[in-house]
Design a protein around this ligand. Structure first.
Ligand code: ZN
Length: 195
């Protein structure tokens, strides 16, 4: 970010008063431009035990398979975003279930959320961002042609939980470390003590 989106003046990277990290600051109008992680929302759509995957028609990872997912828009909930992406990419209307995975993707500055979802009818089609959309049995999942690590992790956890007959919420990071606890953070960061 080089110029202020409010007044078009050049920006300076500095720590604002009262803050603790560098921000893009406008010395002309005083605006501080924060950059925060983006949220990606998606679904694990199933029909009679099969999972719906989309073959990407866009970069990154053109031609690789993915669960329907995309960037959350302003003025929509995570649920609405997940339903919209499933409709746009897979042409599928689904009944949304509970949140299943939440992954921190630090390198891409994103957080990925996947909800379980069911198709009432096997009705779907490739949207503008998909080359193909298909239902896969577990044994047919193209594991080597999946687009993103969070998709691979989500599918692995989904089939594991299904075998055990119970689903729970899984959290983790993109490297495949799952089920973070709040105490992991405290263990890694020295507590702040005053004086
Ligand atoms: Zn400005």
């Amino acid at each position: 970010m080089k110029f202020c989106s409010a007044c078009a003046s050049p920006l300076e990277l500095k720590i604002p008063t009262g803050d603790n990290r560098e921000r893009h600051c406008c010395n002309h109008c005083g605006a501080i431009h924060y950059i925060n992680p983006k949220i990606v929302v998606g679904t694990i759509p199933t029909y009679r035990g099969k999972v719906l995957l989309c073959k990407r028609a866009i970069e990154p990872r053109y031609g690789f398979w993915t669960l329907p997912a995309g960037f959350m828009e302003l003025k929509e909930t995570t649920h609405e975003g997940a339903l919209r992406e499933t409709w746009e990419e897979a042409g599928a209307r689904v009944a949304l279930g509970p949140l299943f995975t939440m992954f921190d993707v630090l390198r891409a500055e994103q957080v990925h959320l996947f909800f379980r979802a069911t198709l009432e009818e096997p009705v779907f089609c490739a949207g503008e961002e998909s080359l193909d959309v298909r239902l896969f049995d577990e044994q047919d999942i193209p594991w080597d042609e999946l687009a993103f690590k969070t998709v691979t992790q989500t599918l692995k956890l989904f089939f594991e939980d299904r075998r055990q007959g119970r689903y729970s919420l899984h959290t983790g990071d993109v490297f495949g470390h799952t089920d973070w606890q709040p105490n992991d953070f405290l263990a890694q960061h020295k507590p702040y003590t005053q004086g």
